[in-house]
Design a protein around this ligand. Structure first.
Ligand SMILES: *[C@@H]1O[C@H](CO)[C@@H](O)[C@H](O)[C@H]1NC(C)=O
Ligand SMILES: *[C@@H]1O[C@H](CO)[C@@H](O)[C@H](O)[C@H]1NC(C)=O
Ligand SMILES: *[C@@H]1O[C@H](CO)[C@@H](O)[C@H](O)[C@H]1NC(C)=O
Ligand SMILES: *[C@@H]1O[C@H](CO)[C@@H](O)[C@H](O)[C@H]1NC(C)=O
Ligand SMILES: *[C@@H]1O[C@H](CO)[C@@H](O)[C@H](O)[C@H]1NC(C)=O
Ligand SMILES: *[C@@H]1O[C@H](CO)[C@@H](O)[C@H](O)[C@H]1NC(C)=O
Ligand SMILES: *[C@@H]1O[C@H](CO)[C@@H](O)[C@H](O)[C@H]1NC(C)=O
Length: 864
């Protein structure tokens, strides 16, 4: 309205400039009134003035001093305009009202009003009505001065709902002040513990809300208030945010984290430090496997042991909030296995490979095992596959035979463990059995089973040995040795039994073979002919070395098994059995003898015919002369001869001269000269007293010691060993030709006669008792041990007895050379050794005839 008024009244009025300087207004000079106010209109001008309570202010009334003026005041909210001071040309007149408006005065030489100590009541509209040029052309101005009294802000103070809020809660901060003209700006400042100051919030309201308080809000707070007049700040207050505990953090020293958690080495000192952010600070409690073990942030275990493995939990507590949080870690104590790793080697993949085994159990974690040694020939991929340092208590390395060139190798297994400073090792050696595989066979005592044994001893690892035989007979692999047990009768002979032996260090399989064959017996003579009285040896031997045969048995001519007796002497080895028949007799000992044996695949026997022959009857001898050679009649000279034809052929070995007491001449008897035997002979039956002549050439003999008074008869019989010929005709001696013998020597002859009688009696006794006293008999008639047998001649004396046993074999009666007894079994068998002869000395040495050993054949394996 004022502008409208001005615009209408002064369309070309100059712009009024306001000095907005606090409390002052500068007005432009009013224009020359004459020209611009031809219609006598009052001029209105408005200004705003801002004062501050209790401060001074000057209210201008135009730029030049008017002739007259009137200051009026209108209280806000009222219409009334009341005079404050006026000057109508006679000096200013200050009204009482002015006392309410502060200490008011007029500035000299102007109409401006100065108020010291401006009161709030002075706020309102001051109007200055000014009059100029009253004398000439009066002009009237109305100056409206709008006075605003401002109040400065007082020092604020901060109010918070809670100086210790809990993290996460909501808080407010109110910035209170008593006085101050608006608008008022509020600024909240935050000062951290470290002194950083930042504006926390700004607002034109006095309250700031903080939702979700956090620990970063901890610190000093103050607020600053500002208005158009001034700015004031409050004292600071401390905000302590209560929080926590956070999830604790556990620091393990020494720090070793594995996928299982923390680990420590046994006997180390381990420290566990627990930290959990909290206000007020946390209280800590430690748990091991859920039982409380310690209170405080740091749990230290000196010399930790494996039994200390487990879960460690740290519980942090905020005692103010009564809140808690917990963190659990698992701590594993590593400890090494006891001792050192153990190494071994074993065959694998059917003995085509070696498996090296290394094991070291116990300890935690498992030790790492690693094979070293002669592995350079081993294929790389194999080594990679098997030889990683596995954290296992066992590791196995597979080495195929092909890669192994050395038959004696050393392999070492290194075991390492985190809890040990240095690795521990073990080693193992591999080697091929030193010898070749050996095959042999034997029979169980009761002949129930035949056992084929194959062995290849030694070696590391052990070799695999298995049997393959004809007809599917065989036995799966066993280590080192293998015995194939066959029921005695089931052994087969068509193909050999082969033992295979495989060692992982050798690519090739070794073999040895056993062939089964029925035995074949041989004898030197199928028919043995011998003269009565001698000893004879029947032989029986195996043609070859066979698989186990049973003992060779002899059966005599009566079919009973022969044992060593006085009659029979049995010499026996596994390869032969010789039967000696002693003191053969024609009827008792002649006949068929049988020698037999068998083995698992067949049996055989051979018959030997023993023919015991009497010696042929010697030719007849006849006495050609029988005479007393003296008058004493105590000696008789005999002379005899062989029949002329027989004389040429021979066939006698001696003679028996006999005499017999025929009669006694009466009266001549001198009983003192008669021996006791002769006396008995007279009484008993007549006895032939014998004299043996062992010289076939002798044809005469003198018999002494005869009794002169007795009449004798004499005869001669030729002798051929045990065979005695026909006695000749008996003759009595003729009287001596010279009848006059000196009677003196008669007595001496009588003594000789007595001795002859004794000899004759003794001979008779021996002949009668020859069975009871064979030695004497042999002495007289020949025996195996006496040299006399050398004189014995045989009709077919082509074979010369060579042995001391006095065996006589008559070549003419049997075919020369050994006689063959064919085996009963159909298939001929031999023990065959394809590439090597039997070497092992299981065969009994010749002459060792007391041992009937049943083990017979060992066959050396053929390396292949
Ligand atoms: C605020 O103003 C009131 C009334 O004007 C006065 O009485 C009081 O003293 C003032 N307070 C301050 C701190 O200036
Ligand atoms: C602060 O919170 C109070 C109540 O909690 C509410 O009345 C007020 O409006 C809020 N002020 C602001 C600035 O949000
Ligand atoms: C507190 O301050 C730190 C550092 O300035 C910051 O990393 C963290 O996130 C803050 N926390 C909260 C809850 O705002
Ligand atoms: C503690 O717990 C671990 C793992 O559960 C267990 O192996 C260990 O034997 C326990 N220790 C004791 C003393 O119970
Ligand atoms: C093992 O080897 C033997 C002889 O070479 C053979 O007969 C047998 O079948 C093999 N066994 C396996 C399981 O390979
Ligand atoms: C037994 O007879 C055999 C011939 O069959 C012979 O070689 C061996 O020497 C004989 N033994 C004795 C002790 O006479
Ligand atoms: C031998 O003597 C016996 C009996 O005196 C007689 O029978 C036999 O024929 C004689 N032998 C010869 C060859 O004269």
């Amino acid at each position: 309205m004022v502008a409208q008024l001005l615009g209408l009244a002064f369309p070309f009025l100059l712009t009024i400039l306001f000095d907005l300087t606090y409390g002052k207004a500068v007005y432009p000079l009013p224009p020359p009134a004459v020209e611009v106010n031809p219609s006598w209109e009052v001029v209105y001008q408005d200004t705003n003035v801002y004062g501050v309570v209790n401060k001074a202010v000057i209210l201008e009334c135009g730029s030049t001093s008017p002739d007259m003026y009137i200051w009026s005041f209108t209280k806000p909210g009222t219409e009334a305009i009341k005079a404050v001071v006026y000057d109508l040309g006679r000096g200013p007149r200050i009204q009482q009202l002015s006392q309410k408006l502060g200490k008011l005065s007029i500035i000299s030489n102007s109409a401006a009003v100065s108020i010291e100590k401006l009161p709030l009541a002075a706020q309102g509209l001051f109007t200055c009505q000014a009059f100029y040029d009253i004398d000439k052309e009066p002009k009237v101005y109305y100056y409206y001065v709008h006075l605003t009294v401002r109040v400065p802000v007082t020092k604020p103070y901060l109010l918070v709902n809670d100086v210790s809020p809990v993290e996460g809660s909501t808080m407010w901060m109110r910035c209170n002040l008593e006085n101050g003209t608006g608008p008022i700006q509020y600024v909240w400042q935050h000062e951290t513990r470290s002194g950083n100051i930042s504006t926390f919030a700004q607002s034109n309201t006095s309250v700031v809300n903080v939702t979700d308080v956090n620990r970063n809000h901890t610190g000093w707070y103050r607020c600053v208030v500002s208005n158009a007049v001034n700015s004031e700040r409050s004292d600071r207050i401390w905000m302590d945010i209560i929080f926590g505990p956070d999830i604790p953090q556990i620091d393990v020293t020494p720090y070793t984290l594995t996928e299982r958690g923390y680990s420590a080495l046994e006997r180390e000192t381990v420290s566990l430090l627990c930290q959990a952010q909290s206000n007020p600070p946390s209280q800590y409690v430690w748990f091991y496997n859920n039982s409380q073990v310690y209170t405080g942030p740091q749990l230290t275990i000196t010399k930790i042991l494996r039994m200390h493995t487990g879960d460690y939990a740290c519980l942090a507590q905020n005692t103010y909030l009564n809140t808690r949080s917990k963190k659990t870690i698992s701590l594993t104590v590593y400890y090494p296995p006891d001792g050192s790793p153990s190494c071994s080697v074993e065959p694998a993949l059917n003995h085509t490979s070696l498996r090296l085994l290394c094991s070291w159990s116990g300890g935690f974690p498992s030790a790492s095992l690693h094979w070293t040694g002669d592995l350079k020939h081993v294929g790389q991929n194999v080594a990679d596959m098997g030889n990683q340092a596995n954290p296992l208590s066992d590791t196995a390395l597979l080495l195929p035979s092909e890669g192994l060139t050395s038959s004696n190798s050393l392999y070492t297994c290194m075991g390492s463990h985190p809890a040990l400073k240095r690795p521990t090792e073990c080693s193992t050696r591999t080697y091929v059995p030193p010898a070749e595989p050996e095959c042999f066979a034997y029979v169980t005592n009761n002949k129930q089973y035949l056992m084929l044994s194959c062995s290849w001893d030694g070696g590391e690892p052990k070799a695999l040995v298995w049997w393959e035989g004809p007809g599917g007979q065989g036995k799966g692999g066993e280590e080192n040795s293998n015995i194939l047990v066959l029921h005695y009768g089931t052994a087969r002979s068509e193909k050999p039994y082969t033992c295979h032996a495989k060692h992982p260090l050798l690519v090739q399989t070794k073999t040895c073979k056993l062939s089964l064959e029925a035995p074949v017996l041989l004898t030197q003579r199928r028919v043995v002919s011998v003269y009565e009285g001698s000893d004879v040896q029947l032989t029986c031997n195996l043609r070859a070395n066979y698989l186990p045969v049973s003992e060779i048995t002899w059966f005599n001519n009566h079919g009973t098994g022969v044992e060593d007796t006085s009659k029979y002497k049995l010499l026996r080895t596994s390869a032969w059995a010789n039967l000696t028949v002693r003191d053969t007799e024609e009827t008792q000992d002649s006949g068929e003898y049988r020698c037999s044996t068998s083995n698992a695949v067949g049996g055989t026997e051979i018959n030997v015919t023993l023919v015991v022959k009497r010696h042929p009857m010697p030719p007849n001898a006849s006495l050609v002369r029988v005479t007393y050679n003296n008058r004493m009649r105590n000696e008789v000279e005999l002379e005899w001869q062989i029949d002329s034809e027989a004389e040429k052929e021979g066939g006698w070995t001696g003679f028996i001269l006999e005499h017999i007491w025929v009669s006694e001449r009466p009266g001549r008897r001198d009983s003192s000269n008669v021996s006791k035997e002769e006396a008995e002979g007279r009484i008993g039956p007549p006895i032939w007293y014998q004299n043996i002549i062992r010289d076939p050439e002798v044809r005469s003999h003198t018999i002494g010691s005869l009794t002169p008074t007795v009449t004798y008869q004499f005869r001669v019989t030729s002798l051929n060993y045990r065979t005695v010929g026909h006695p000749s005709a008996a003759r009595s001696p003729a009287e001596p030709r010279f009848n006059a013998y000196p009677a003196v020597i008669g007595a001496a002859i009588g003594g000789m006669l007595f001795a002859a009688i004794v000899t004759a009696l003794l001979l008779m006794y021996i002949i009668r008792n020859r069975n009871n006293n064979p030695r004497l008999h042999d002495m007289l008639f020949g025996s195996q041990h006496s040299q006399s047998r050398e004189n014995i001649n045989f009709p077919e004396d082509e074979v010369v007895a060579e042995s001391e046993g006095g065996i006589e074999e008559i070549g003419g009666l049997s075919s020369p050379g050994p006689t063959l007894a064919l085996p009963r079994a159909s298939s001929p068998l031999t023990t065959s050794t394809p590439s090597a002869p039997p070497t092992i000395g299981q065969d009994p040495p010749p002459g060792d005839d007391n041992e009937p050993v049943s083990v017979t054949i060992t066959v050396k394996a053929t390396g292949s």
